[in-house]
Structure formats: structure tokens, C-alpha cells
Design a protein around this ligand. Structure first.
Ligand code: 5GP
Ligand code: 5GP
Ligand code: 5GP
Length: 220
């Protein structure tokens, strides 16, 4: 029996809220393919060790090759949009994530299975639906951190970790949701260790990202 070594313990599956990424001192830029829908987007699927450290950039010989994921392009554009400036088509963001994190999930994952796994995890954990079912909507209102975590726990089965961002008015905003996934990439698990990230207050803003909502700059 062949045994394939894996050199990490679990993944962080990280999703970002575009309304918070774009509502900061730094600007954001919509992808060349257009403004993303009002939904969480994937940031990355990051191999991690149980002690809180993580490997990175593990294989420079297998750098990102977009021809290996061309069949996933439309799903990636929708579910893994890039918001960094200048506007891009996503290849730079996906390439960065593969080269830095994805190569550390080899040999169990190749480029295609790595991106496919992340897309499938996003479908499995429909965060926006979990939140709206609990009455938590992206409307610029403030919600208790604990009720956000509870709403996600009820549908996904495990408690997520929430990272916040501080906007120009000093408000804490829901920015990224971390969920832990076993090393096979198929099951959400209780996090072996929590990420180090910006803390949240007990009540946090859930900014909108809809077409007809005003950005902070529009209100000034
Ligand atoms: P930041 O310093 O903005 O929190 O993280 C910068 C980048 O470092 C992240 O986007 C990610 O690529 C990597 N990173 C930060 N924290 C972790 C972690 O706990 N685990 C892993 N695997 N990567 C991380
Ligand atoms: P990480 O923080 O994962 O190491 O690096 C993220 C890299 O991808 C940064 O260089 C960042 O500029 C780029 N990037 C491109 N689009 C996005 C995006 O939509 N969100 C985030 N967080 N980073 C992005
Ligand atoms: P505890 O693990 O005891 O609930 O919380 C320890 C610290 O982590 C507290 O400062 C608490 O506010 C913070 N904390 C707990 N859960 C989260 C979370 O999901 N996101 C963030 N950013 N901080 C959290």
C-alpha cells in the first residue's frame, strides 16, 4: 500500500466580506469581470500546524499554471473574486494563494483539486444564507459577535473564528470568517488552534455591498 506523506495538520478555510475589504482607508478595485455579487468570497485554503505555525511557499517547481484550472475559471471568478488594486482577472490572487499555501498541500492536492476543494467548501458552508436565516443581514447594522458565530455553528456544525477590521469611523466590521477543515479537505472540524488576528468587539458591523448602497465615501 502506498502511503503519501502530508506535512500539515489541518486547513484554515478563510472567506472575506467584500463590503469590509472595500470600506477601509485602503481602496479596493473590482475585478475586470465586474463587481462581485454581495456574498462572501474565498480568500484562501491554508495548510496549518496544530501548534499555530504554518508552512508556506513549499514548492517553487510547481508554480501556478492557469491552464490546469481553466475549467474552474467561471466558478473562481464568482466565488474567489479579487478585490485588490489595480483591477485584475483573479489569476494573480489565485496564483499567489497556490504558490504560498497550495504548494504546501501537495502531494495530496494538485492545483486542480486544491481549487476545486476550496470551491466545494464554500458551497458547503453557505455563510450568507446561514446569517440571513438568523436575521443577520449585510445592512450596515451592528450584530453581536456571539450571535454571528452561533448562526454559523448551527448550519455548519462548528464554531467559526471571526476576524474584524476597523473602518475609518473606528467601527469594528465583520471582515473574515475562518473555518477549520481536516487535512483531506472534506470535513469542517473544531479548530485545533485559533488564528492570530485582529480582535472583534462584542458588537460588530455587517456592512452592505449591494449596488444601491452608499459607500462610506458617498456619505461624506
Ligand atoms: P495577516 O498578517 O494579514 O493576518 O496575514 C497575512 C497572510 O499571512 C495571510 O493572508 C495568509 O497568507 C498568511 N497567514 C496569516 N495567518 C495565518 C495562519 O494562521 N495560518 C496560515 N496558514 N497562514 C496565515
Ligand atoms: P495573503 O494575505 O493571502 O498572503 O496575500 C494576499 C495577497 O493577494 C496580497 O498580495 C493581496 O494584495 C492579494 N490579493 C488580491 N486580491 C485580494 C483580495 O481580494 N483579498 C485579499 N485579502 N488579498 C488579495
Ligand atoms: P474566548 O476564547 O475566551 O471566548 O475568547 C478569548 C478572546 O478571543 C476574547 O478577547 C474574545 O473576545 C476573543 N474572541 C473569541 N472568539 C473570537 C472570534 O471569533 N473572533 C475574534 N476576533 N475574537 C474572538
Amino acid at each position: 500500500v502506498l502511503c503519501v506523506a502530508k506535512d500539515f495538520d489541518f486547513f484554515y478555510f478563510v472567506q472575506q466580506w467584500p463590503g469590509s475589504y472595500c470600506d477601509t482607508r485602503q481602496s479596493c478595485c473590482y475585478p475586470k469581470t465586474g463587481k462581485p455579487a454581495e456574498d462572501f468570497g474565498i480568500h484562501g485554503l491554508w495548510p496549518n500546524y496544530n501548534n499555530g505555525t504554518y508552512p508556506s511557499s513549499c514548492d517553487s517547481r510547481n508554480s501556478f499554471d492557469d491552464s490546469e484550472i481553466s475549467d474552474l475559471a467561471s466558478r473562481l471568478e464568482k466565488d474567489w473574486p479579487t478585490l485588490a488594486c489595480p483591477s485584475g482577472d483573479g489569476l494573480k490572487f489565485w496564483g499567489h494563494e497556490w504558490n504560498k499555501h497550495g504548494t504546501c498541500a501537495e502531494p495530496v492536492f494538485d492545483q486542480h483539486s486544491y481549487f476545486q476543494t476550496a470551491l466545494d467548501l464554500k458551497n458547503k458552508a453557505n455563510l450568507l444564507q446561514a446569517l440571513t436565516t438568523a436575521g443577520i443581514r449585510p445592512n450596515g447594522k451592528f450584530y453581536h459577535l456571539e450571535s454571528i458565530k452561533e448562526a454559523i455553528r448551527e448550519t455548519v456544525g462548528v464554531t467559526p473564528y471571526i476576524e474584524c477590521k476597523v473602518d475609518t469611523s473606528g467601527n469594528h466590521q465583520l471582515y473574515q470568517v475562518y473555518m477549520c477543515v481536516d487535512s483531506s479537505g472534506s470535513n469542517f472540524i473544531k479548530c485545533p488552534v485559533l488564528p492570530h488576528s485582529h480582535p472583534c468587539g462584542s458588537k460588530i458591523e455587517f456592512p452592505s455591498f449591494s449596488d444601491n448602497s452608499n459607500s462610506k465615501n458617498d456619505e461624506l
